[in-house]
Design a protein around this ligand. Structure first.
Ligand code: CA
Length: 158
């Protein structure tokens, strides 16, 4: 069974949040939203999204700090939303670990195009492999799904 892709929207402006929500749902995502950085980091931790949209101007935590906190545990594709005047912010955000940015106001079509470009990209090429975790490595044994076969007959049928 293929699980639905998840997106988390971290945005304090309700209108923009609703617009992002609509666009991402149209693109097939299951969407969770957070109105501030603290709840956003928790939402990413809980839902393990493929994509995160992050407004840099949040009421509680600085957007760059949100990126840094997310990068401690998440490989999600982070798209920053910035105002046009914040070009330096964009560079700082990319350095902090964001993958892409969109300037506000944006057109829904532009966001949709970014998302489909992101989904076409092979995930392993996006980021160098992470260093091994400090605590003992745990390997999950994964059985391929849907490969279970009915028991074979011990003798071929006549
Ligand atoms: Ca804002």
């Amino acid at each position: 069974m293929e699980t639905q892709r998840v997106a988390v929207i971290i945005e304090d402006d309700k209108d923009i949040r609703d617009l992002l929500n609509a666009v991402l749902q149209q693109s097939g995502f299951k969407v969770f939203t957070a109105p501030n950085g603290t709840e956003g980091v928790e939402a990413v931790r809980t839902h393990n999204p493929t994509i995160v949209t992050l407004d840099l101007g949040l009421p509680d935590i600085d957007g760059f700090e949100v990126i840094r906190q997310l990068r401690l545990f998440s490989d999600a594709y982070i798209v920053m939303l910035t105002a046009r005047a914040e070009e330096l912010d964009t560079l700082m955000g990319l350095e902090a670990g964001a993958d892409d940015y969109i300037t506000k106001p944006f057109r829904p079509r532009e966001l949709r195009a970014r998302i489909s470009a992101m989904l076409r990209r092979p995930a392993p090429a996006r980021r160098p492999p992470r260093p091994p975790r400090p605590r003992g490595r745990r390997r999950r044994l994964r059985l391929p799904q849907g490969t279970r076969r009915p028991p074979q007959h011990p003798h071929p049928r006549p």
